[in-house]
Design a binder for this molecule. Structure first.
Ligand code: B12
Length: 219
């Protein structure tokens, strides 16, 4: 692997945001592509962090500093990489459901989608069924709707929103759910199209879902 990509990964894992910015800038100047920086430098750091979290050895301050470094690196790519103007794979609407104010996981999901080439409409936290439906109406080209919930008390609300989103006669999107209060079993029960445990996996899965929908539409 290109040495600078390894350095980017290390800087992010260690939470050094200024160093991340300088390394990403320097990689762009040296002709490393945005795709390589994201997929071989930033993505692996994110993966290490979310795996750690899954196994119980990721702490919140560490998650925050990692997310901040990725965010900063990504800002530099958007501002300075000519080659970044890639065609968007699809559009994602993302929000934490009503009653729930947790947003760290949702923000990571948003970052992963953006760095995988999706356009992201982040509605924020405490988002009602009405607000999700309004956003879908305003973005008829949406391909994925993502709901996040960390509270058991909000899972009911999430199930309600999923039910409504499924019934939409103009549905062109897949529904993806996640967050600490959601399990695969719950996701299936509420009728979501997909669930992943971590942010790192969900953008990959969404890419697959969008490709499958495009294939189906061609038939
Ligand atoms: C930080 C935190 C807070 C912060 C939130 C700050 C913020 N800006 O988000 C504050 C202090 C505000 C807070 C408040 C509360 N909290 Co709190 N909080 C936490 C804590 C410690 C960490 C959550 C977190 O950010 N984790 C890190 C992120 C990265 O993980 P994550 O969100 O799960 O996301 C990952 C995956 O789930 C996935 N993911 C997330 N969303 C999505 C969406 C999709 C579509 C997909 C595919 C994947 C995905 O990707 C992420 C990365 O891989 C947890 C305990 C814990 N250790 O989990 C309690 C916790 C979630 N909180 C809890 C509670 C009860 C509360 C309060 C009710 C406390 C109170 N009595 O006031 C309030 C609720 C406020 C409200 N209305 O929302 C409980 C929830 C219990 C439950 N299951 O119902 C927990 C589990 C603590 C506990 N053990 O009791 N909290």
């Amino acid at each position: 692997m290109n040495a600078i990509l390894e350095q980017i990964q290390k800087a992010i894992e260690q939470g050094h945001s200024q160093e991340t910015i300088e390394l990403v800038r320097s990689a762009i100047r040296d002709g490393v592509t945005a795709k390589e920086i994201v997929e071989e430098g930033m993505f692996p750091a994110m993966k290490v962090m979310t795996e750690g979290y899954k196994n119980g050895d990721g702490d919140i301050p560490r998650i925050l500093t990692t997310a901040r470094c990725i965010r900063k690196g990504f800002d530099i790519i958007e501002q300075e990489s000519e080659g970044y103007r890639q065609k968007k794979i699809g559009k994602v609407i993302l929000g934490t459901v009503e009653g729930d104010l947790h947003d760290l996981g949702k923000n990571l999901v948003g970052l992963m989608f953006r760095s995988s080439g999706f356009e992201v409409v982040d509605l924020g936290v405490d988002i009602s069924e009405k607000q999700f439906l309004k956003a879908i109406k305003e973005n008829p080209d949406v391909s994925i709707v993502c709901l996040s919930s960390l509270l058991n008390t909000s899972v009911q609300e999430m199930a309600q929103v999923v039910k409504k989103l499924r019934r939409n006669p103009n549905r062109t999107y897949k529904i993806l759910v996640g967050g600490g209060a959601v399990t695969r079993e719950l996701a299936e029960k509420m009728g979501a199209d997909a669930y992943t445990e971590t942010a790192a996996d969900c953008a990959m899965l969404a890419k697959k879902l969008v490709e499958e929908s495009t294939e189906e539409a061609k038939k």
